[in-house]
Write a protein of this length. Sequence first.
Length: 131
Amino acid sequence: MLFHSFRSQEERREFGGSYFIELQHCRLAQSVALETIVSVDAIRCWANDSLYLYGDDDTLFVSQYGDLLIDGVYHNGRSGPVDLCGINYYSQRHSNLIAKRIQERKPLDYQVLLNWLENGTDYNGFYILGL
C-alpha cells in the first residue's frame, strides 16, 4: 500500500515516526496571497485527515505520480516537478486537473488518492510536504 492514513498521530508515530511525506489539504482561504500559502509559517504538519507516504516509498511514488503532479508551487514561488524535500502547493483548480489525470491513468493505489482529493473540494487545494 502506497498511501497511509491514521486514526491518530500516535498511530502514525508507532508505524513510522516522522519518516513520511504528507499530503495535506490547504485550509487557508482562497483570498490569501500565494506567498503566504507557501510560506513555512502557514504549514501545520501532521493533520489527522492527511494522507501519508512512507519515506522509503518515495521512488515508487515519483515513478507512479511524478508526471501527474507537475507545476506545484514551491516555498520560493517557483513551480516544477514534485519536490519531495520541500513544500509543493496545488490550487483547487490544479487539484481537479490532477484528479482527471489520475482517473485516466489509474496509477498504483489511485483510488485512495482520488477519494482523498474528492473529499477536499471545500479546501483551497492541497500540499505535498516533503521529508
